[in-house]
Each structure stands twice: as C-alpha cells, then as structure tokens.
Write a protein that binds this ligand. Structure first.
Ligand code: KG4
Ligand code: ZN
Length: 399
C-alpha cells in the first residue's frame, strides 16, 4: 500500500510517500520525505499565518514533484482537465496561486500509483491547514484516490512506530508532545486509544523557546538557536535561577508564559546598565540565559512526565514534537528516567521504563509522520467532499 502524505499545519511544507507491507507487523519503506521549511519567517521572529499560507501555495507542487520523482512515481503525460477544471477551481477558490500551479501539474503528469492520500486536518494554523486540505481535495478529486484525515498531534506520537522494533513499545505509555503550538501529556493504552491528562495553560514549550530567543535577539526558530548557544555554557559556571512554573503542582498541566516574562525582566535589568546600553547584551550573558531557559523548560517537562509515568504505571514514555529534537532533553530524560523509574523504584522485574523518541529530523514537522499515522488510520478513508480543517482538533478521547 502506498501512502502520499501532506503536511502544512505551520511553516513547513511537507510531502512524503510511504510504501507499507501490510500485516501484523507492518514493514515500512520510506520512498521520500521532503520538507521545505519556509525561511521567510526568520526575519520576523515568528510565523505569520497568511504569509505561511502563501508560501505553502507556492511550495506544495514543487515539493510534490520532488517527492514523486524520488519515489520513481513521476510519469509524464499530456492531457486536458476539461470538466474537472471547474471543480478544481471551486475547490481552490481561496487558493488562487495554487490553482494555477496545480492545474499545469495535473495536465503534465500521470496519476501516480498511490492508494491513500493522508493529510493533516488539524490542529494548527487555520489558513495553513486549509491549503493542505484543499490541495489534498484537489488531488483526490482528479486522481480518484480516497483521503485519510490525520491529527498532527497523533502523528508526532506515531512517527515513533516507524523505526521502533516490534515489541519495544509496551502499553500503557505516556506520550509527551512538545511543539511550537502544543505541550500535552497523553496517556496511551494502544494505538488510537488516547486521553489527554495534562497540557499547557498558556504558552507551549516550543513557544517559550521561540519567544525567549526573540527577547535575546536570536533567530527563529528559537529552540535550535537556544540549544546551540546553551551547549557552549559550562555547567560548572554559577548561574542564578529562573522559575520552574507549576513544577510541583498536583496536576499534569504546564505553564510557560511566566518563564518568558522572567527572562524579559532579566534582559531589561541587564540592558539598564550603562555599559550594556552602548555595547548591547554580552555573549556571556546571552549564553547564560540560553542555558538557564533551556534547563528551566527541561526540568518542568521531565519532572511532570516522570510523575505522570509513575502515577499511571506506564511501561513506556514516548516523546514527540519539535522540542523533542533537543539533545539535552533526550539525554536528561534518559538519565532521570533511569534514576527515578528504575526496576526497583517501579517494581518491574526485568527492566525499567523505556524512553523512546523519533530520529531528530522526524521530531520536527514532516509529512512522513502523517503517512505513518495515515497507515494506522487506513480504515477511516473519506471522500474529498467530506474533508475539512479544524485548527483546534484534539486527539480523540477513546479511553
Ligand atoms: O513540531 P514542530 O516542528 O512544529 C509544531 O507543530 O509547532 O515544533 C516546532 C517547535 C519550535 O518552537 C522550535 O523552536 C522547537 O520546536 N524546536 C526546538 C528544537 N528544534 C525545534 N526546541 C528546542 N530544541 C531544539 N533542538
Ligand atoms: Zn508539529
């Protein structure tokens, strides 16, 4: 079974093609996974949805052509769309840039050998989601291929099943999804069986990285920028502490906006000094702040996830989302889980709780995660007329 997947929920335009040998233990063969990260947002320090929507319209067809070519599925033809052209125009009436490009593409290339189109339909930035959804509808209509709508958060979790050896994921599991828009702890009793047990009450962890980076004058996205500079800070160096919001609260919720404000005040205090007023923030100060903000975020994420893992007696911790690409987060999660959830402390006979995370390039947004999730939801095919975007979509409460 071949799955063509589309991801446009934020500022990454992604197309992937996944070949799956169906069965009890599916065998995944990645034919292509192309991600075009929109550079335009770097200069603004954040994503403007309407700007991102326009970029997706321009990027989708070229990215699809690259993905099909890499998969050996791009075959030239020469045909007129005729009657379908009107329907296509209607589907893409709010995507005029895309309409012109896709029409030319559909007249130039054959329908590829694909069984399912999987597309992110939420959550995410509404205008961005709609471009991907309408693009999927257009392809589905002209090629007559059914659509499987995919939840982006579920995809950040299920991408872990692409490379994980069978039997490694024991349920129940606790998933921590940490991205630019979300921070959620999700109890998982199996694939498709989820319950959100905690989430952020304000900013997401990735958002905190991004906003802190902006305050410190660093580029967007802030997570990788802060991580890189933080790695240059010697652990032995003294540093004053930033707050760890809600770290000891009895629930599983998070809050990161206070942390961002604390950084803002620290930077303002620093800037008030006459020397800094003329020279700007010193590299030493920025290094220290990067180290501190990263550690403050990590401390909260790790402590609350371990508490949830203990309380719900899970067997596996699954990490996903852009922030899970962070090296320190991965390292400290493994260390602390070993220490606090060892066989003895958790009462398991053979081994402790496993921590799994995706390959780094699959932590951040990509369409391969949408393809894998499309596979696990392959029985939920719908006709293109039924598809719509939902910016506030949540993983279904099946527990
Ligand atoms: O999952 P993702 O690619 O997009 C959303 O669904 O939001 O996550 C993007 C977020 C951004 O906030 C970015 O700063 C953060 O993930 N991020 C990181 C790292 N790489 C990306 N945060 C910390 N450390 C990283 N290495
Ligand atoms: Zn994401």
């Amino acid at each position: 079974m071949k799955i063509l997947a589309i991801e446009t929920s934020c500022d990454d335009t992604g197309i992937a093609i996944l070949d799956v040998k169906d069965g009890k233990k599916p065998v995944f063969n990645v034919l292509s996974n192309i991600v075009s990260s929109q550079q335009i947002h770097q200069q603004y320090g954040g994503v403007f949805p309407m700007m991102a929507k326009r970029e997706h319209q321009k990027n989708l067809v070229p990215v699809l052509v690259r993905a099909l070519k890499q998969s050996g599925l791009l075959i030239l033809t020469n045909k007129q769309l005729k009657s379908q052209s009107k329907t296509l125009k209607k589907i893409l009436e709010k995507e005029s840039i895309l309409f012109e490009i896709i029409k030319e593409f559909l007249e130039k290339y054959e329908k590829p050998d694909v069984d399912i189109i999987a597309v992110t339909h939420g959550p995410g930035l509404e205008p961005c989601l709609w471009v991907g959804v309408n693009f999927a509808k257009a392809l589905s209509c002209v090629w007559d291929i059914p659509i499987v709508p995919v939840n982006h958060i579920e995809a950040h979790i299920l991408v872990n099943f692409l490379s994980t050896r069978p039997g490694l994921v024991d349920f129940p599991a606790m998933s921590l999804v940490v991205s630019g828009g979300h921070t959620q702890l999700i109890l998982m009793k199996g694939i498709g069986k989820y319950k959100i047990i905690g989430e952020t009450r304000d900013d997401a962890a990735g958002e905190c990285f991004d906003k802190s980076a902006k305050i410190l004058g660093l580029e967007y996205p802030g997570g990788p920028a802060i991580a890189k500079i933080a790695s240059q800070f010697g652990r032995g160096q003294t540093s004053s502490k930033l707050p760890r919001p809600m770290i000891n609260s009895k629930d599983y919720d998070f809050s990161f906006s206070g942390l961002k404000t604390a950084i803002l005040y620290r930077v303002r205090d620093e800037q008030a000094s006459p020397v800094v007023q003329t020279t700007g923030l010193s590299e030493k100060f920025v290094r220290k702040m990067c180290f501190e903000v990263q550690q403050a975020i990590l401390d909260v994420l790790i402590k609350k996830t371990i508490k949830a893992a203990k309380d719900f007696k899970v067997k596996t911790i699954i990490l996903g989302g852009g922030v899970s690409a962070n090296n320190e987060l991965r390292k400290q999660f493994v260390e602390k889980t070993k220490k606090e959830l060892s066989p003895n402390s958790h009462g398991r006979e053979n081994n402790g709780i496993k921590v799994i995370f995706p390959e780094k390039h699959l932590s951040t947004d990509n369409a391969l995660m949408i393809a894998v999730t499309g596979y696990f939801n392959r029985t939920k095919k719908i006709a293109w007329q039924k598809l719509s975007a939902n910016a506030n979509l949540r993983v279904s409460k099946l527990l």
